[in-house]
Design a protein around this ligand. Structure first.
Ligand code: PLP
Length: 420
């Protein structure tokens, strides 16, 4: 069970909306810092641990700076994400660059920053060499194929476009060693939103086993392995958060059984979690502006799937609460919907909620939980929808706007030669 909380009262929201009208994202700095510390503490039983926050989950430099202050690095997958990490003050090996189908300009930027480049294919060795030269440290992304089952969001590794096969990994390390690369690392990312800690322990076991094989067959001694992201969060109140300490103890057990006897200790451990770091510390706050009763009851919000598309994209569950009505009796089920001309624009389907007041000024606030990762970042402008802004709740209780809402001018800004 997970208690779903929201840090602001209805009265505080009424104050805030005078300056920052809904909808908006709210992130809780204190909660993000606390989570970052928990991860570092739990993984401290493993050598040279570093978490590289997956920038795509919440690409706002204000957040990256908070995380950098807690000793976290960044995991980037594109030029824009590299620039964001740079502007947040990160440099060098604090940045991991895990990309695919990468243009040469992005490899050049990653080299300029001194980021750890994680190659997605064996042909990318030559591509990177031509684009930017080979760095002293290189990592490969491993695709374990049939060794891993995958899950609903990410699919089966065997059908995934990412990474190198096992024979290619061995061949790849031989190739880069011959080309003069001196430091080596290995990465995989095979799960998404996976709550089962055994799945992640198994991922570590697969990487550790491969690290030993790489040493034996190529002579390349890995400096670290990166276990990727994909650790789940309890979106549903009936779910439990993964037991981090237990997971790390399980990874340590594999380490002691595989890495230590092979003489590979110390082998650094890195992760690139996004969702569990900021997901539960972010909420989409909207207002109920319409109610309609046809074959079902619909509560219409002033936000839509352009602000948060996970429910429409994955059928994902996001918990919803109504500030000020926490203990109120639940009504018969309704659908909570947005304004997009798409029938899957539903934040909740047949959900039992308290009686909801509607109206642009005195309607209820509707808080959509666990939106702090892969939330606003996935937004889009279909139907001419303008994406909402982002607010940060500081540790002293102040609210700072860290991204303003989009305007019509933003939306039209790229049109050229079409106005009279
Ligand atoms: C998306 C992604 C992550 C982050 O995943 P989370 O589920 O947010 O932890 C990390 N690494 C890679 C390569 C990714 O594609």
């Amino acid at each position: 069970m997970t208690k779903k909380t929201f840090p602001l009262t209805k009265e505080r929201l009424r104050e805030i909306e005078k300056r920052f009208p809904t909808p908006f994202y709210l992130y809780d700095e204190g909660a993000i810092r606390k989570t970052a510390r928990r991860f570092r503490a739990a993984f401290s039983i493993l050598p040279a641990y570093k978490e590289h926050f997956a920038v795509k989950a919440l690409p706002n430099p204000a957040i990256l700076r908070i995380l950098a202050g807690e000793g976290l690095g960044a995991d980037c997958s594109s030029l824009a994400e590299l620039v964001l990490a740079e502007r947040a003050g990160l440099r060098g090996e604090d940045i991991m660059f895990t990309s695919n189908e990468t243009p040469s300009a992005e490899f050049r930027k990653a080299r300029e920053l001194g980021a750890v480049i994680n190659l997605d294919d064996i042909t990318h060795i030559a591509f990177l060499q031509k684009a930017a030269g080979l760095p002293g440290l290189l990592s490969f992304r491993y695709n374990p194929g049939p060794l891993k089952a995958g899950n609903a969001i990410i699919g089966k590794p065997e059908e995934a476009k990412y990474g190198l096969t096992r024979p290619q990994i061995l061949e790849g390390f031989k190739m880069i060693k011959e080309a003069g690369v001196k430091r080596f690392a290995l990465h995989t990312m095979v799960a998404s939103n996976e709550l089962n800690i055994n799945y992640h322990i198994e991922t570590a076991r697969i990487l550790f086993t491969l690290a030993v094989e790489i040493l034996e067959k190529t002579g390349a001694r890995l400096e670290f392995v990166n276990l990727g992201g994909g650790l789940g969060i309890p979106y549903r109140p009936e779910d439990d958060a993964p037991d981090l300490e237990k997971m790390c103890a399980g990874i340590r057990e594999q380490y002691d059984a595989i890495i230590v006897p092979a003489g590979l200790d110390p082998l650094g451990i890195r992760t690139e979690y996004g969702r569990p770091i900021t997901g539960p510390a972010g909420w989409l706050v909207a207002k109920a502006i319409h109610r309609k009763d046809i074959y079902r009851r619909y509560i219409g919000l002033n936000a839509c799937m352009a602000d948060l598309m996970r429910p429409a994209l994955y059928g994902a569950y996001h918990h919803i609460t109504i500030p000020g009505k926490e203990g109120a009796p639940l009504q018969s089920p309704c659908d909570v919907v947005g304004s997009l001309c798409e029938n899957n624009d539903k934040f909740a389907v047949q959900r039992e909620l308290p009686a909801i007041d509607v109206g642009e000024s005195d309607g209820d606030f509707v808080v959509i939980h666990d939106a702090g990762a892969h939330g606003r970042a996935m937004g889009f402008n279909y139907n001419g929808k303008l994406r909402c802004g982002e607010l940060l709740l500081r540790e002293d209780g102040d609210i700072t706007q860290i991204r303003r809402p989009e305007t019509l001018e933003d939306y039209f800004a790229t049109l050229e030669g079409v106005w009279d």
